[in-house]
Design a protein around this ligand. Structure first.
Ligand code: NAD
Length: 413
């Protein structure tokens, strides 16, 4: 069995390609990214020293539209990780029917060790370094782990300077004042909540009867928690990189984020018990939501998971070994390329609004997002039924089919 994140994503692709009887040429085109770029990113520290970091951009496939994908700042970032994430973006855009191809970027850095000025220099130098392969019709980055709207503002500004024109459509996930979209900040969580509501319906459960545990309390995890809570769902456990908290009676996510902002962690939240991240994954809950990093649900813990369903808001949280165990246990896994597609969907809306310089209100954004998520979910369910496969393989089949058709129609090689 595969045992790295990149091997896992290739394995999932191969499994679906086989089920689809994908022809060999298309298989080869899609197995290897179209372009991988690695570069040195430089900053000058406040005492005048130059520091160098490794930066990556991977463009997987652009047959359905310009490349699109977030930029991650993380000490664990590597070329293999970015390659895996770039391919997931290709499949995610196809599942959601968003007319983009897949890309991803990263810098190997611990941003907590940088000053604000150094963080800005790092962000700007990333754009200078990869300028030639970026752009609104070429490759449009967005936020991911440890990157946010402030960083997108610096990056878009740097791109606009280099291009000698104001180019808001070069980056998505920007602040609203400079071309961001209503609803983008919480879009990934919101998309997850639309799926959660469908799941509750399928299990015939009222929201207040559904208990949820969320790993990761950053952009995706927090907004998901808050929006689910507002819909009446019961959030009973949450975690961040320092550990997890649990309170069987449930808690208000907004209070937890206030506590995290004050103390630096969700730990020691009043009324909750501290537990480890590992323990939280196997708590008795209805829905488990990994919203942090890859490879957290593995053959070591899959057997102990008690949730009815796993909603993958993180990218690549479940390994193929774990998938097999979860299938056997009849635990439904809503795969990342469907579950977290809300982010790229509203990024697409942002890009459209930037190109038209015409902005939509939040109701329109959320209505269009809900339609796309519901339709994609229904299509994945239908494919799973027809092909007799699990939801991950169904989502991959759906996606590969759409990308393969685009490749054949364009007839470009
Ligand atoms: P973020 O940096 O805002 O938050 C990450 C959270 O995960 C933080 O709370 C951090 O403390 C926690 N974390 C980190 N390491 C952990 C560990 N070992 N155990 C438990 N928690 C840990 O990042 P984000 O934007 O919320 O992204 C989270 C995941 O969602 C990533 O897999 C990302 O690729 C995926 N995703 C993000 C978006 C988006 O729009 N931001 C869209 C789709 C998918």
């Amino acid at each position: 069995m595969p045992n790295s994140f990149l091997e896992n994503t290739i394995y999932n692709f191969q499994k679906a390609a086989r089920a689809l009887q994908l022809d060999k040429e298309t298989y080869e085109i899609l197995k290897i990214p179209r372009l991988t770029a690695e570069a040195a990113i430089h900053i000058k520290t406040k005492n005048g020293k130059i520091k160098t970091f490794l930066g990556y951009r991977v463009q997987h496939n652009d047959s359905r539209g310009p490349f699109k994908g977030g930029i991650r700042f993380s000490e664990q970032a590597s070329m293999d990780e970015v390659k895996a994430l770039a391919s997931l973006m290709t499949w995610k855009c196809a599942v959601a029917g968003v007319p983009f191809g897949g890309a991803k970027g990263g810098i190997k850095v611990n941003p907590e060790k940088l000053t604000q000025d150094e963080l800005e220099q790092l962000s700007r130098d990333y754009v200078r370094t990869f300028f030639k392969i970026l752009g609104p019709a070429t490759d449009i980055p967005a936020p991911d782990m440890n990157t946010d709207s402030k960083i997108m503002a610096w990056m878009m500004d740097e791109y606009s300077h280099l291009a000698h024109k104001n180019t808001p459509a070069s980056f998505t996930g920007k602040p609203m004042e400079i071309g961001g979209s209503q609803g983008r900040e919480e879009a990934t969580g919101q998309g997850g909540v639309y799926i959660l509501k469908e799941l509750a319906k399928a299990y015939n459960l009222r929201p207040e009867k559904v208990t949820i545990a969320i790993q990761g309390f950053g952009n995706v995890g927090y907004h998901f928690a808050e929006l689910a809570y507002k819909e009446g769902f019961k959030i009973i456990a949450a975690s961040d990189s320092k550990g997890a908290i649990v309170n069987k009676d449930g808690f208000a996510p907004e209070k937890v984020i206030e506590h995290k902002e004050k103390t630096g962690s969700v730990l020691k939240f009043p009324g909750a018990k501290n537990i480890t991240n590992e323990k939280m994954l196997t708590e008795k809950v209805d829905i488990l939501v990994p919203a942090a990093i890859e490879n957290v649900i593995t053959k070591e813990n899959a057997d102990k998971i008690k949730a009815k369903a796993i909603l993958e808001l993180a990218n690549g949280p479940t390994t193929p070994d774990a998938d097999k165990i979860l299938d056997k246990k009849k635990i439904t896994v809503i795969p990342d390329i469907l579950a977290n597609a809300g982010g790229v969907t509203v990024s697409y809306f942002e890009w459209v609004q930037n190109l038209q310089n015409y902005y939509w209100d939040k109701n329109i954004v959320n209505k269009k997002l809900e339609e796309i998520i519901q339709r994609s979910f229904a299509e994945v369910l239908q494919t799973a039924k027809v092909k007799k496969v699990n939801l991950r393989t169904a989502a991959f089949i759906l996606a590969i089919n759409k990308v393969a058709k685009a490749i054949h129609l364009r007839n470009h090689h």
